[in-house]
Write a protein that binds this ligand. Structure first.
Ligand code: ATP
Ligand code: MG
Length: 303
């Protein structure tokens, strides 16, 4: 008989298991250097459903799990980021709405997430839906989040044991005053890109909007990070999109890629991130890999 099947060691299943084991080992040994000063990210893409919220909460959780102090600011009235980190965001709870519209200080709004030591959240409530319009007549309407956040970071640095290492602001899928407030408050923009056919469509508009904000309102703003999400390794299309993005943004695009994974999408219904919901899953592993890259890149730039 010459018709031999490949030995078990060479089977695709075995290869995948071996590769996963290697990645787990690498992440367990990976460095997550803390930045010398707080890094503030806005997670933005005006396309809906590309993984902004999922990326915000899982990167935040991955960094908190590995020793950083991290704040998630939920700027989307849907409140999905608040849900995912287990923050109370019922209508009566002090929220980002009160920060933007009523000048409530952030320390009176921020909650400690039950997910990890070091993870905090300024939640969004349903009231935030009205903020887009209520902001219009207010003084310095584009600067309200930045001024409040700067005061809070200073307060935390002087009164709490550890200053914040990272802030991630989750944006709604539109470019209104809420998203503009996020761009003005941040220094870095993180763009999640879904590996699908129309992925790059709308990106030039997003980049030109970011350019306008940098010019008029926040000269420090730059796109520092691009993360490929919902990657389906079985399709040529995903590989093609990933290659296109890497060609356009060789320095910004992270090597780590987030796979399409059921565990990632079911974690929020348990009020959890995938990092705590299923720490052994490939989704969790991928977000930890991305977080380590972000931390190491930051140490080069800022350290
Ligand atoms: P919106 O524009 O509405 O704010 P978004 O950009 O924040 O959306 P998410 O809410 O993070 O996108 O993700 C959209 C949907 O896709 C959610 O149901 C989420 O659970 C799911 N999802 C996100 N990332 C993945 C993934 N890697 N694998 C599988 N499902 C995912
Ligand atoms: Mg979202």
């Amino acid at each position: 008989m010459t018709n031999q099947s490949p030995s078990f060691d060479e089977s695709p299943l075995m290869r995948e298991i071996t590769e996963l084991a290697q990645r787990r080992k690498a992440v367990a040994q990976a460095e997550f250097p803390r930045p010398s000063k707080t890094r503030v990210f806005t997670v933005a893409n005006q396309k809906g459903g590309v993984g902004k919220t999922t990326t915000t909460v899982n990167l935040a959780a991955a960094l908190a799990k590995t020793g950083a102090k991290v704040l998630v600011i939920d700027l989307d009235p849907q409140g999905n980021a608040s849900t995912a980190v287990g923050a109370d965001h019922r209508a009566e709870v002090p929220s980002v709405y009160d920060i933007l519209i009523r000048d409530v200080e952030m320390q009176d709004v921020v909650q400690k997430s039950p997910e990890f030591e070091g993870l905090y959240c300024a939640p969004a409530t349903i009231h935030l839906a009205g903020a887009e319009i209520e902001l219009v007549p207010l003084v310095a309407r584009e600067l309200r989040l930045r001024e409040n956040l700067d005061r809070y970071l200073e307060y935390a640095a002087t009164t709490e044991e550890q200053p914040y290492d990272y802030v991630f602001i989750d944006c709604p899928p539109s470019l209104g005053l809420l998203t503009i407030n996020a761009f003005v408050a941040a220094r870095e923009v993180l763009i999640p890109i879904q590996c699908e056919y129309y992925a790059l469509e709308g990106l030039s508009q997003l980049l030109s909007n970011i350019g306008l904000i940098a010019k008029h309102l926040n000269p420090r703003l730059a796109v520092s990070t691009i993360l490929l999400t919902m990657y389906d390794g079985r399709t040529r299309l995903a590989a093609q999109v990933a290659e296109d993005v890497r060609n356009h943004f060789p320095d910004e695009t992270l090597t780590a890629v987030i796979p399409r994974s059921v565990r990632i999408s079911e974690a929020p219904s348990y009020g959890q991130t995938v990092i705590s919901y299923d720490p052994q899953s490939t989704g969790s592993l991928s977000y930890l890999e991305a977080a380590s890259e972000i931390a190491r890149k930051g140490a080069q730039v800022h350290g």
